[in-house]
Design a protein around this ligand. Structure first.
Ligand SMILES: [Mn+2]
Length: 246
């Protein structure tokens, strides 16, 4: 069943991390997790969404979404998948937004993906030791407090969902506007060369999948508990040409 947002209690046992847009670059994610000695028994990994498309291993997203310690919000690319019964959307997705891998999937795999993506919340809130942390794919509306935004999601406000999945307003226009009612918000969606700090919003998509265009493309992960914004990243240069197994 679709949940507009999901709250997570404090992780008393382990650490919490949030990772930028993966877009099928799962080998880089594994590298990042190995680098911090990620402990599947007690650590948690949150994702700003866009696990699929453009990169080489979108089909692996299903395995990741099934892991009990991995929690993602929905990105606009997961929304493409969910809306792909609509022909113009499907053509836009597969033709121009990296959804070609979908053509390789059989009916059972497609159904499993639809279920997994439909279950992704639009926003996540985490109770961390040093404050309340929000996660949303593109941005939260600048005119709303965090709780107003969550209320709009709860009432299935389509404009709020659209903003959450697609907006580049804050990052492209002055980067202003503190999101009140929450201490820190993590977003992805807009690739940048390094983490962008805009008031209390952190944009952490460092363009991992664009390694052909940008030699400094990286996948970035930030520790939020207990490290509070300690970032680690790994270069994705050369990773797009890896074969299906390693
Ligand atoms: Mn996106």
């Amino acid at each position: 069943m679709q949940r507009p947002f999901r709250r997570f209690a404090r992780n008393a046992a382990g650490r919490d991390f949030v990772v930028g847009d993966i877009h099928g670059m799962f080998p880089a994610l594994r590298q990042l997790l190995a680098g911090v000695a990620f402990d599947e028994d007690c650590d948690r990994l949150f994702s700003v969404g866009d696990l699929i498309d453009r990169g080489p291993r979108s089909r692996e997203a299903l395995e990741w979404l099934a892991k009990p310690w991995f929690h993602a919000v929905r990105g606009n690319h997961e929304q493409f998948l969910l809306d792909s019964d609509d022909r113009p959307t499907r053509e836009l997705w597969i033709g121009y937004n990296g959804g070609g891998w979908w053509l390789e999937c059989g009916p059972a795999e497609r159904e499993a993906f639809r279920e997994a993506c439909a279950a992704l919340p639009i926003a996540i809130e985490i109770d961390a030791t040093q404050g309340r942390v929000g996660i949303v794919h593109a941005d939260a509306p600048r005119s709303n407090s965090w709780s107003e935004f969550l209320s709009r999601l709860e009432s299935r406000d389509e404009r709020a969902v659209e903003h959450a999945l697609w907006s580049r307003e804050r990052i492209s226009a002055g980067r202003s506007g503190h999101v009140t009612g929450v201490d820190l918000v993590f977003c992805g969606h807009t690739p940048t060369t390094r983490i962008v700090e805009a008031a209390n919003v952190r944009f952490i998509d460092t363009g991992a999948v664009y390694h052909r265009q940008f030699p400094d493309a990286r996948l970035t992960m930030v520790e939020i508990e207990p490290g509070w914004c300690r970032a680690v990243s790994v270069s994705t240069s050369g990773q797009g040409v890896m074969s299906g197994s390693e």
